[in-house]
Design a protein around this ligand. Structure first.
Ligand code: 5GP
Length: 120
């Protein structure tokens, strides 16, 4: 499936929709989730047009991959998640429950989290 450049995160990247920004560099943007599922819930997205983690893994350059991973680490520190621990989640496709078709990682924490996987 081709990348949909009208998805909501693409619009946030282009500045067409506001976000509560936490971090930005050449490779990644991080902002608070509009509907937090934990005391701390931030999203980290790559700047390139990748639909999901598989697309990113297959097509991102090494610089983009390293940059994105470093950004995940920085954001976890900035959001004060590292000391108490946290969870990084990348929902992928239909079974993963991915709603926004631009690759993103949820960083959630700020308190003890529930069981890892719930099934509908
Ligand atoms: P997914 O289900 O695709 O893994 O997660 C998408 C996430 O994006 C959801 O947690 C949802 O709350 C969040 N989200 C959807 N629209 C917006 C928006 O316009 N702004 C922000 N900050 N988060 C959004």
């Amino acid at each position: 499936m081709a990348y949909d450049s009208n998805n909501i995160f693409a619009k946030i990247l282009r500045g067409e929709i506001p976000c509560k920004k936490l971090y930005e560099d050449d490779f990644a943007l991080s902002f608070y989730d509009i509907s937090p599922q934990a005391p701390v819930h931030v999203l980290v997205i790559p700047k390139g047009p990748y639909e999901n983690q598989n697309d990113f893994a297959a097509h991102a350059s090494e610089a983009e991959m390293v940059g994105f991973m470093r950004a995940l680490g920085k954001v976890a520190e900035m959001a004060k998640l590292t000391e108490g621990g946290y969870r990084a989640i990348a929902n992928c496709g239909l079974n993963g429950g991915q709603e926004v078709p631009h690759y993103h990682v949820h960083l959630v924490g700020g308190g003890k989290l529930g069981r890892m996987v719930e099934r509908d």
